[in-house]
Ligand binder design. Structure first.
Ligand SMILES: *Cc1c(COP(=O)(O)O)cnc(C)c1O
Length: 217
């Protein structure tokens, strides 16, 4: 199947209330242009340098999402243009994003990453840390970041019930926070292998790579 056909097929299965992030990491710019020509405008990358090169060379109305684990010393390279940072997983990273956004006179939207998987290799806050962070006075004083929701990755497993349980747990947490924080609009969960379950459990944003662009090496 072509990128065009893959995009059409996926767009058919997701509701129009769910935002599609086309994950283009490792893929050449010609692939992104092809998806762009089909109307796709949001792309996800997990390396700042690669994303910046693509941003420099592709149409300027593309929204670039940083979806991977982010090192603080890389934030400055994308602060000028990044539109959503999915994987904020420490207070220090949030502080750095705020600082770099201020230099560009921007407000950068961020999602707090929550650790929902069994593996301890996946980054993120636990519930207690998360509640502590959103109540923190210093965090509330940040003027150049806006926390718009949560992001999570389920365990890499064939056990669909486990995946469902992890997503539904994240959705409950999201709902709980949403009642106190009006900026909370986005729940980023679901990838190629599990996005249908994620949407059933309340995802508002899916991050899909291989089902659009083919598998990565
Ligand atoms: C690579 C990646 C995706 C996309 O994965 P696919 O299985 O190719 O859809 C989604 N989210 C994150 C955080 C990723 O790193």
């Amino acid at each position: 199947m072509s990128i065009k056909e893959n995009l059409l097929a996926i767009n058919k299965t997701i509701h129009d209330t769910v935002t599609l992030v086309a994950v283009s990491k490792t893929k050449p710019m010609s692939y992104i242009q092809e998806a762009y020509d089909e109307g796709q405008r949001i792309f996800g990358e997990n390396r700042v340098q690669e994303m910046t090169e693509k941003w420099e060379n592709l149409p300027k109305d593309i929204e670039w999402h940083m979806i991977g684990h982010l090192q603080r010393n890389k934030v400055k390279y994308m602060a000028e243009y990044v539109s959503l940072v999915h994987g904020v997983d420490s207070p220090r990273l949030l502080a750095e994003i705020n600082k770099q956004a201020e230099k560009h006179n921007r407000i950068i939207s961020c999602l707090l990453q929550v650790h929902i998987a069994e593996e301890d290799t996946k980054f993120g806050f636990n519930e207690e840390e998360l509640l502590e962070l959103v109540d923190n006075e210093q965090f509330k004083a940040y003027k150049n970041v806006k926390i718009v929701g949560l992001m999570g990755m389920a365990t890499f497993t064939d056990n669909l019930e486990q995946i469902r349980k992890e997503f539904s747990g994240l959705k409950s947490l999201f709902t709980k926070l949403k009642s106190n924080y009006t900026d909370f609009t986005t729940l980023s969960m679901g990838m190629s292998g599990d996005y249908k379950i994620a949407i059933e459990e309340g995802s508002t944003m899916v991050r899909i790579g291989s089902s659009i662009f083919g598998s990565r090496n």
